[in-house]
Design a binder for this molecule. Structure first.
Ligand code: GLY
Length: 256
């Protein structure tokens, strides 16, 4: 079960965030704020305490807090984002993380290691880390070494097509996993109950499980049905403005 969630409000600079889909247009700031309000409300409905951090205008992508750290029951690992414009976001998250973890529970990924939390998927005590455009081999090595100090295990999954590991695959507990594209046939995930996400709903693979409720993005009916059929209560949220920046539901929070 998760008790806490950290989010950061989007700033007006959101429009300058990194995107691989400029054809979707710039995010509408006012609408992004409304969607963020609804996201916080949904998290609270799932029974967690939400810490809401102020916007950081100097970091356009800083509402995507998931990339700044990985928080487990036993430790916190501060990332070192592979996107150079995002590096400072992790440093600015440290003080907040220190409110929840003691100094001897906090580990740091350092250059030349690069790692973003969006590349990390927790399955119980095991952590999958994506070797991606944002997370390099040295980042994976440091991450695995840090986790193993706390009795966690870790394995590396290579990505070919998507930005982050959780862009395309998400664990929703009870052995259920949403899988899309390159992850559908991956050997690493063969033992899970797979909810297959069709190509035309690929963005919908990024759902989050919080205390037996699954939050699903609006507009992905096959995904929503698959999650409901697996027995979960579902909350549907519109994330249109964050999708314009390659951001999804998981990217917007740290859950622990
Ligand atoms: N816009 C989110 C990212 O690219 O990191």
């Amino acid at each position: 079960m998760f008790k806490n969630v950290i989010v950061r409000r989007p700033g007006r600079s959101l429009a300058e965030g990194i995107t691989s889909a400029p054809e979707l247009g710039k995010p509408d700031y006012e609408l992004a704020l409304k969607q963020h309000d609804a996201y916080i409300k949904a998290l609270e409905e799932c029974g967690v305490k939400v810490t809401v951090l102020e916007a950081l205008e100097e970091y356009p992508d800083s509402c995507f807090v998931e990339d700044t750290a990985v928080l487990t029951k036993r430790c916190a690992i501060i990332s070192n984002p592979g996107a150079s414009t995002r590096r400072g976001e992790s440093v600015l998250m440290i003080d907040t993380i220190k409110k929840f973890y003691s100094d001897d529970q906090i580990e740091y990924i350092t250059s030349p290691g690069a790692m973003e939390g969006g590349d990390v998927m927790m399955v119980g005590n095991h952590f999958y880390i994506g070797l991606s455009a944002r997370t390099n081999e040295e980042g994976c090595r440091q991450f695995k070494e840090a986790l193993e100090k706390y009795g966690h295990t870790c394995s590396v999954v290579s990505l070919e097509e998507v930005l982050h590991l959780k862009t395309g695959v998400n664990y929703i507990e009870n052995n259920n996993m949403l899988v899309s594209g390159e992850f559908i046939e991956k050997e690493d995930f063969k033992s899970f109950n797979k909810i297959i996400v069709p190509e035309n709903e690929a963005y919908g693979a990024n759902c989050i499980w919080i205390n037996d409720i699954v939050i699903v993005p609006e507009g992905y009916p096959t995904v929503e049905k698959g999650v409901r059929d697996a027995g979960y209560k579902v909350i549907v949220l519109d994330t249109s403005e964050y999708k314009k920046l390659d951001g999804g539901l998981s990217c917007l929070s740290l859950r622990f």
